[in-house]
Design a protein around this ligand. Structure first.
Ligand SMILES: C[S@@+](CC[C@H](N)C(=O)[O-])C[C@H]1O[C@@H](n2cnc3c(N)ncnc32)[C@H](O)[C@@H]1O
Length: 270
């Protein structure tokens, strides 16, 4: 893509692609990183029903439940530990969980059995593994699209694998938006912001899908600043443990962050 094309001249899917590329970590930062790039930590994404019960029911769950028949099948793409679909039990009988991260799938399987749901883990990236996956009643995908360049293929494969409805959940801003100031102080670089939910909506409209939207502002919560959380943030910043005291100080001083979760849903086509 030539740089003299202005962003507002692009179609929605090309704008999305450009935003994903703009957020790629510069090679110089990766080259200087003391640790290799880390996969997401499964423990951080474990399904915690006791915490879930204290939260308001999100529109993404209500919209999936209203389309799901009793004992129905759910396809959860980017399942992680299952927080995106295990709340659909007991209405969901079977959940097909797709993820390229084996540790996430192991955690999903354990939690699904505890919930009385039949798990069908599929190891791999969407949409590459879509040919191995049967259509489900409802497809869900929460917080798994932020790094997807070929967003049209991803969304169309979700649509063709859902009989009744697809429900996508994204945040208003990109992940870890709150730690952008640390990028400035450690690397002297600005982390680009991006109105993720607005742009995802625009891509879905551009694809001709009959998309609807509901936003929810989640109650202000402040995550406990544990050593595990500091290490999680440090790995995302590509710096060494020597920076932990600064990261910890920053996180402790950070006010509780507002978080708007956005549900986007449209009819399936399977
Ligand atoms: C931020 S976690 C969210 C997990 C879960 N959906 C939730 O809401 O708790 C994103 C997950 O998507 C997975 N993922 C990323 N890109 C993917 C792709 N192209 N296909 C399938 N899974 C993907 C990651 O491995 C990770 O487990």
């Amino acid at each position: 893509m030539t740089t003299n094309i202005r962003r507002h001249d692009l179609g929605a899917a090309d704008r999305w692609r450009q935003s994903v590329l703009d957020r790629a970590v510069p090679q110089s930062i990766l080259d200087a990183a003391p640790e290799p790039q880390a996969l997401l930590e499964p423990e951080m994404f474990r399904w915690r029903p006791e915490q879930d019960a204290q939260q308001p029911v999100r529109p993404s769950r209500r919209r999936a439940l209203e389309a799901l028949p009793e004992g129905g099948t759910v396809l959860d793409v980017g399942v992680g530990g299952g927080a995106s679909s295990l709340g659909l039990a007991p209405k969901a009988g079977t959940i097909v969980g797709v993820d390229p991260h084996p540790g996430m799938l192991e955690q999903f399987e354990v939690s699904a059995r505890e919930c009385g749901v039949v798990p069908r883990p599929v190891l791999g990236s969407w949409p590459e593994v879509a040919v191995e996956v049967e259509p489900a009643d409802v497809a869900v995908c929460h917080h798994a699209v932020y790094g997807v360049e070929q967003i049209e293929d991803f969304l169309l494969a979700l649509t063709s694998h859902a009989r009744r409805r697809v429900v996508l959940e994204v945040s208003e801003h990109p992940p870890l938006f709150g730690i952008h100031p640390l990028w400035r102080s450690f690397h002297g670089t600005e982390r680009p912001d991006w109105l993720v939910a607005d742009e995802a909506f625009a891509v879905l409209e551009e694809l001709g899908l009959d998309v609807e939207r509901e936003d929810v502002c989640l109650p202000l919560t402040k995550r406990e600043v544990t050593a595990e959380f500091v290490a999680f943030v440090r790995r995302r910043l590509h710096v060494g443990p020597g920076r932990d005291p600064e990261i910890e100080q920053f996180l402790r001083a950070l006010p509780a962050q507002p978080h708007t979760a956005v549900a986007l849903w449209w009819p399936g086509a399977a």
